[in-house]
Write a protein that binds this ligand. Structure first.
Ligand code: FNR
Length: 365
């Protein structure tokens, strides 16, 4: 009997299976970063009875954006577009949380208001590329936030969470992973501050925890989740003691009572050792520190997903790339059907191709 297809709870919600859709930036919104009909179709295709979707990351401000075409949650005009998405998911019996995002330094002056420098805890640039309208360009050198500016960014998350509520989402997930702003504050490779937001872990975690509390003030703790990537180096991330850093965060979030912790797992390549440069921190390490729902993501296939929920190390598994190419992924896993291959070239931006044209198993048969 498959454990993936047994019921579980996320906050107040009963789910009938444990195959979640991971947050996936697809950059297909309308001008004004407004969700459109094509996006409604994409989410409708991927919704399932009793299933959980985490939306693509949505910037809480224009300064929080690093990807042209990413849909936002910083203007009231965006609410109506999202309402169509949430209505469609609900009409199929699914649940959807909105991922709240501020990219911090992972941006470019062309994406920033007035061509300003992106903001970060410290003025250290990441290696990598921002997606502007003119294509991929190296990240700009950020400006270190002044102490007095930080409360306004926490407020952007709170206001974004309030718009999520108005747009009909079931909850929100704070994007604390993948080297974006909360992660930049958290890890000591990117945070060289000497004020109360830098130095010891209690200070470096302050921003992430303030954002969590602001979000809880809108939703209540049981409809708030947090995504972290303790082993990730994407966005030039590093920490001198990731086990201590992320253990502290898991404990603090548990105390705040949030619904779930969503952990991007260390990637194993075949039989090889961990592909990351820093000590890996798997969901197994965090399980004793977090008493509610744990979602694992990153490199799962049907067998490894079944194994991690059967072991009890995770309650749900979130799939990214397989969900891009298999709109009916939960049903395919339930029936043990083969999966469509995904096409990387259509991941970021474009039209319906590689977005809403992947067939279900039924349609293919
Ligand atoms: C991602 N990922 C991601 N993560 C996140 O927290 N917010 C996001 O918006 C995105 N966007 C995104 C876009 C695309 C095209 C990919 C491929 C990935 C990471 C994603 O949620 C997941 O952690 C990884 O894809 C690893 O899981 P899989 O793909 O191995 O199941």
């Amino acid at each position: 009997m498959s454990k993936l297809f047994t019921s579980t709870k996320v906050g107040p919600y009963e789910l009938t299976h444990r195959v979640a859709m991971a947050p996936l930036t697809r950059m297909r919104s309308d001008p004004g970063d407004i969700p459109n009909g094509l996006m409604v179709k994409y989410y409708t295709q991927r919704a399932s009875q009793g299933g959980l979707i985490v939306s693509e990351a949505t910037p809480v401000s224009t300064r929080g954006n690093g990807y042209a075409g990413a849909p936002g949650i910083y203007s009231d005009a965006q609410i109506a577009g999202w309402q169509r998405v949430t209505d469609a998911v609900h009409s199929k019996g699914g649940r959807i949380f909105q991922q709240l995002w501020h990219v911090g330094r992972q941006s470019h002056v062309d994406l920033q208001p007035n061509g300003d420098a992106p903001v970060a805890p410290s003025a250290i640039a990441a290696e990598g590329y921002a997606y502007t309208k003119a294509g991929e360009v190296p990240f700009s050198i950020p400006r270190a936030l002044e102490l007095h500016e930080i409360p306004a960014i926490v407020e952007e998350f709170r206001a974004g969470a309030e718009r999520s509520l108005r747009a009909g989402f079931d909850g929100v997930e704070i994007h604390g992973a993948n080297g974006y702003l909360p992660d930049q504050f958290l890890q000591d490779g990117t945070n060289k501050r000497t004020d109360e937001y830098g130095g010891p872990i209690g200070n470096r975690a302050r921003f992430l925890l303030e954002v969590t509390q602001a979000t809880i003030s809108v939703w209540g703790a049981d409809r708030v989740g947090m995504r972290i990537s303790p082993s990730g180096t994407y966005g030039s991330m590093s920490d001198s003691n990731p086990r201590a850093t992320f253990g502290y965060v898991a404990t603090a979030l548990d105390r705040l009572g949030i619904a779930y912790l969503h952990v991007v797992e260390p990637r194993i390549k075949g039989t090889e050792e961990i592909a990351f440069g820093q000590a890996p921190v798997a969901v197994q390490h965090l399980r004793p520190k977090f008493s509610r729902t744990l979602i694992a993501a990153g490199g799962f296939n049907p067998a490894s997903a079944e194994a991690i929920v059967a072991s009890g190390d995770a309650d749900l598994v979130a799939f990214g790339r397989h969900f891009i190419s298999n709109p009916d992924l939960p049903e395919r896993l339930r029936q043990g059907l083969p999966l469509n291959a995904y096409d990387r070239s259509t991941f970021y931006g474009g039209d319906s191709q590689g977005y809403t044209d992947y067939p279900t198993a039924k349609a293919a048969a």
